[in-house]
Design a protein around this ligand. Sequence first.
Ligand SMILES: Nc1ncnc2c1ncn2[C@@H]1O[C@H](COP(=O)(O)OP(=O)(O)OP(=O)(O)O)[C@@H](O)[C@H]1O
Ligand SMILES: [Mg+2]
Length: 233
Amino acid sequence: MEKIPTGIKGLDEMLGGGLIPGRTYLVKGGPGAGKTTFAIQFLMEGVRNGENVLYVTLEEPLETLKEDMAKLGFDLGIPKFHGIDATPVTERKHLFAGAFYEEFGESFERLTGAIQEKVELERYLRVAIDPLTMLKLTVKNELEYRKTFIGFLKSLSKLGATVVITSDLRTSDIEEYLTSGVIELRTIEAGGKILRGILVKKFRGSPFDEHIRPYRITDRGIEVYHTENLFIE
Ligand SMILES: Nc1ncnc2c1ncn2[C@@H]1O[C@H](COP(=O)(O)OP(=O)(O)OP(=O)(O)O)[C@@H](O)[C@H]1O
Ligand SMILES: [Mg+2]
């Protein structure tokens, strides 16, 4: 089966090679768990392979993110990286090449429109939406949300890209049922300190490693230790 690497080697081992192309995956985690780093690392792996990629940010301004990611060795200014900054802002200024502003992601429809506009100009093999939480709050109730989210997933699948959507842990689990796979970045308190563990919760169409494996955020991004267990002692 064809798989594409995530950009995180240990995770690719857990996934039996990587993600299945053309599908949509959910990456969940608490504050500071590494969701944004994951999304960027995933996109940069595509760039490394000569792919065009698209990043949609809904909370963290693209400009500050560019600075933070530079520290991890990811240059968001390179031509194949395209960004949509859909964060709420009061003042709009010029962004770096390949990036543009969209009015705050006030609805799924608007965001879908903005993505489709970009896709008409260029084909993307990888897309990341970070995080979903903002958009979710724009929908009135659970039924509306379910309908809207299914529609959103359909429009994403038409792009032909592999999509990573990040979300926080409080977001209800509808998304987990509807996406092709779920990866969780967990922080676990044990022995008076915090352990970080990555878990593949679901991966349609493929076997996967069912253990929680330790991970770290380093100056090279997320590193997963796929042969280690979380509790060594
Ligand atoms: N070089 C580094 N070494 C160790 N930890 C780092 C390094 N660079 C960033 N971090 C850590 O990575 C975390 C930030 O990761 P990231 O922004 O990807 O998380 P997130 O899940 O998107 O967070 P949020 O919920 O705030 O959006 C922070 O906890 C930060 O301390
Ligand atoms: Mg983030």
